[in-house]
Design a binder for this molecule. Structure first.
Ligand code: FMN
Length: 332
């Protein structure tokens, strides 16, 4: 029976323990999207204190997908040297690293991304009031290519893995969700069509990385929104993602964001959802949501509800959370 402190070893990645720092945007870049010294200090502190896998915050793959002014970028080659320093910093502090690739779709504004935000259809995101512009088919190909090029940069920078962002109401979630995707062409309608863009992105990223490199997908397994994806559909989508070559599924949810109000204060609020997804796939699953307590985090692993536990805000608050948690469970 594995514990939180035990390694997770697959044919593609070796993690020294089951503690994950999930991606958390912190607006530490300048408007150019570059890695700064603040990033290095922020990630180094948590890696040195024992996190097994650090997933770097969402980085935008092209300017139209930028969500906030000081967001980290991976959209041009000039950013690679800074990203390389970040990957090396984390490695030398003893953790494995992944970087999350994202396109915000409708979840941004013209002031930030420099154009009318784009999306599957003109339905406004529940978080933004302005109607987005539906993407033309040729533009969808450009987005797939932007993810591919971002993956190339992540490899050049030396990250140990890549995570594709398919949750929290951003572009790939917008395509998968019937709430946001009202297209009538081959990218909308039935599940096969709504999954066409996410699966094309996975295929393009995989082509760039080759078969032996670990790919994670942050999967919004439920939109928690009338008219969106519910968990029963999430359970149908998850095997499509692992079948397309995703090695680890990072289970989250919420078309309106990662922390739906109804779950405030609940320890492990997405753990039951991760457990339901784990039942339908063969790849490791990450559980997240309000986890602050080390004994609880360990029980998620020992009860086989998930293979890895992500601890977000508790790690922001206390960079030494992982070390203290490992001490707590070794003494329990
Ligand atoms: C400040 C902040 C920034 C976040 N940025 C991202 C992000 O870039 N990508 C992402 O997938 N989730 C993001 N999230 C969601 C977290 O990864 C995590 O899923 C969520 O906070 C729930 O975990 P927690 O309760 O342990 O904090 C962010 C959360 C916070 C608090």
């Amino acid at each position: 029976m594995p514990q939180l402190s035990d390694p997770l070893v697959t044919d593609k990645i070796k993690l020294k323990n089951r503690i994950v720092m999930p991606p958390m945007a912190n607006d530490m870049s300048g408007p150019d999207g570059k890695v700064t010294d603040r990033h290095l200090g922020h990630y180094r502190a948590r890696a040195e204190a024992g996190v097994g896998l650090m997933i770097i915050e969402h980085s935008y793959v092209m300017p139209s997908g930028k969500m906030s002014v000081k967001q980290l970028g991976i959209h041009e080659d000039a950013l690679v040297p800074g990203l390389k320093t970040l990957a090396e910093t984390i490695r030398s502090a003893g953790a494995a690293s992944a970087i999350q690739l994202n396109h915000a779709g409708a979840n941004t504004t013209e002031e930030i991304c420099g154009c009318q935000p784009v999306a599957p259809s003109d339905t406004p995101s529940p978080k933004q009031h302005a109607a987005p512009r539906p993407l033309e088919t040729g533009e969808i190909d450009d987005i797939v290519d932007a993810f591919r090029q971002a993956a190339r940069r992540a490899l050049e920078a030396g990250f140990d893995a890549i995570e594709i962002h398919g949750a929290h109401g951003f572009l790939l979630n917008q395509f998968t969700s019937p709430y946001m995707n009202r297209r009538t062409d081959s990218y909308g309608g039935n599940l096969e069509n709504r999954m066409r863009l996410p699966l094309a992105v996975i295929a393009a990223v995989r082509k760039e990385t080759g078969p032996g490199y670990p790919l994670l997908y942050r999967f919004g397994a439920s939109d928690f929104m009338q008219g969106g994806i519910a968990l029963d559909e999430g359970q149908k989508i998850a095997p499509l993602l692992s079948g397309a070559g995703i090695d680890i599924l990072d289970i989250s949810g919420g078309l309106c964001g990662s922390r739906p109000k109804d779950f405030a204060g609940i320890q492990g609020f997405f753990v039951p959802m991760a457990e339901s997804i784990k039942k339908v796939v063969d790849v490791p699953v990450i559980a997240v949501g309000g986890i602050t307590d080390a004994i609880y985090a360990n029980s998620v692993i020992t009860d086989e509800k998930a293979d890895l536990v992500a601890v977000g805000r508790a790690l922001l608050k206390n960079p030494a959370w992982a070390r203290e948690a490992l001490e707590t469970i070794s003494g329990s």
